[in-house]
Design a protein around this ligand. Structure first.
Ligand code: ATP
Ligand code: AMO
Length: 434
């Protein structure tokens, strides 16, 4: 297939070989058309029954939809063809026939539920609007990487099989590692800190995180893609600047480079890059604002975590991305540093989209003694984390970072109803294959 031409590159006057899937066959009597689809688009193949070799016409028109065919012929201008050109075939080969009974219709004329779509992802991805999501995902990850590089970060990869959890003991997947208990990593948290404490200083990682969330929601996955940052000599405000830079870079890249994909998703009119700086609202102000909306049955008091309803009330009130800063120390993990002048208040922050949380982050506790105290306060055994804590004795600079949920970024950016739409092969309570 070396001489294969993408359908989008077929120009009038060319002799081409195109290859792809049979999207549709329209037989109008004396004339019939096969619409061939490849990754770049579609092209019309014309069959004039009286003027063409019978066998060629028969092969071309009997082939079932979604079969793979290869067609060679001359490209001509044809204003009535969907793309303005058509191919008059000289030869046609059925490379891989498709069973006429398809589990879902890639032309999208018949709707399929999400579960059927995920069971048949190959067929589902033949739809323009589904392909568009993953083209945009790829562009977002490219833009995010580039932005991190501009922030002088080094891309790292940390282990996914680990000895300890970091984000609360209940959400770990245990595995057996040569007879010893091990876990799937919930977050690269401790590893990225260990590297920020070296000369590497500023790091980012885009990789899987595993969470044994019991509940099935449209915004939780059991395997998600985390976009992590950690920087030495950074405080929480610097980390928020990096979050904002990265999220903005994703939106700008999509606006600039994904017009066709946005069109396929019917989003070209409504897609906007956030124009204002993301407001930074303290936790204290956030609970006051939420209470003032009158949307909650019970008023929030200082120290409460924010429920989904509370987040929704505030999201509707703010109307765009915003940070919640200065959370109570008690509800943030051991590695988050408290404010020096008020130990009740942490430097932890979240970035919120009106629909949901996108990011958690903060400045880290870099003082060895305080770190050990933090473990004890949260009922964790510091001995289990010795591989981590001991490095805090050998010159650990102040540092800060965050974790951004990759699929949540894509989901909110594209206004997808369900986070599973943003993953090729999602893992949830009910789904372990494909
Ligand atoms: P022509 O003389 O251009 O081949 P026709 O009217 O003799 O056209 P028909 O078999 O009657 O051929 O065409 C049936 C329908 O197909 C008509 O509505 C015609 O406009 C349309 N049609 C014909 N050729 C093309 C083409 N190359 N691309 C798209 N539509 C076409
Ligand atoms: P946290 O646990 O808040 O923080 O996770 C960071 C972000 O990851 C995304 N996320 C998820 N997305 C889909 N499904 C899930 N089950 C899921 N769990 C988390 C969310 C969330 O905001 N170590 C800290 C980060 C840090 O401080 O650097 C952490 O993991 O978008």
């Amino acid at each position: 297939m070396q001489d294969r031409t993408y359908t989008a590159d077929a120009e009038p006057g060319d002799d081409v070989t195109v290859a792809g899937w049979v999207h549709e066959i329209r037989d109008l009597g004396g004339i019939a058309f096969l619409i061939l689809r490849d990754t770049t688009g579609k092209i019309q193949i014309k069959f004039e029954k009286d003027e063409m070799d019978d066998e060629l016409v028969e092969t071309g028109l009997d082939v079932s939809r979604e079969s793979v065919v290869e067609v060679s012929g001359a490209v001509e201008e044809e204003p009535r063809a969907p793309t303005g050109v058509e191919v008059t075939p000289e030869s046609l080969e059925v490379v891989a026939p498709a069973d006429p009974e398809l589990p879902l219709d890639p032309s999208g004329k018949v709707d399929a539920d999400l579960s059927t779509r995920l069971d048949n992802r190959t067929l589902d991805l033949r739809k323009d609007e589904v392909q568009a999501i993953f083209e945009i995902r790829s562009e977002i990850l490219r833009a995010v990487r580039e932005q991190f590089r501009e922030f002088r970060c080094t891309e790292i990869n940390t282990p996914k099989i680990v000895a300890t959890g970091t984000e609360g003991g209940t959400e770990l997947f245990p595995i057996t590692y040569f007879g010893e208990e091990a876990f799937m990593n919930q977050s690269p948290q401790l590893f990225k800190q260990l590297i920020a404490g070296s000369n590497v200083e500023r790091v980012f990682e885009i990789g899987p995180i595993f969470r044994a969330e019991e509940h099935n929601t449209p915004r939780h996955l059991n395997e998600a893609t985390s976009i992590d940052f950690e920087g030495a000599f950074c405080d929480h405000t610097d980390a928020m600047d990096v979050v904002e830079g990265v999220v903005r870079a994703a939106y700008e890249a999509v606006a600039e480079n994904c017009r066709e994909e946005l069109e396929a998703l019917d989003l070209e009119a409504e897609f906007d890059v956030p124009d204002e700086a993301f407001p930074r609202i303290s936790y204290e102000d956030a609970i006051e604002r939420i209470n003032a909306t009158g949307e909650l049955d019970e008023q929030l008091v200082w120290g409460d975590d924010l429920s989904t309803e509370a987040e929704k009330a505030l999201g509707d009130d703010v109307g765009g991305h915003y940070f919640i800063t200065d959370w109570p120390s008690e509800i943030k993990p051991f590695y988050i540093k408290d404010h020096d002048d008020d130990p009740e208040l942490s430097t932890g922050f979240d970035l919120m989209h009106p629909r949901m949380e996108l990011v958690s982050g903060g400045q880290r506790e870099h003082r060895h003694e305080k770190l050990i105290e933090g473990f004890e306060q949260q009922g964790l055994d510091p001995d289990q984390f010795e591989y981590y804590t001991k490095m805090f004795k050998y010159g650990m600079p102040p540092h800060a970072g965050f974790g951004l949920g990759g699929e949540r970024l894509i989901m909110t950016l594209l206004d997808l109803d369900n986070i599973r739409e943003a993953v090729l092969f999602p893992r949830d309570r009910q789904r372990l294959s494909p």
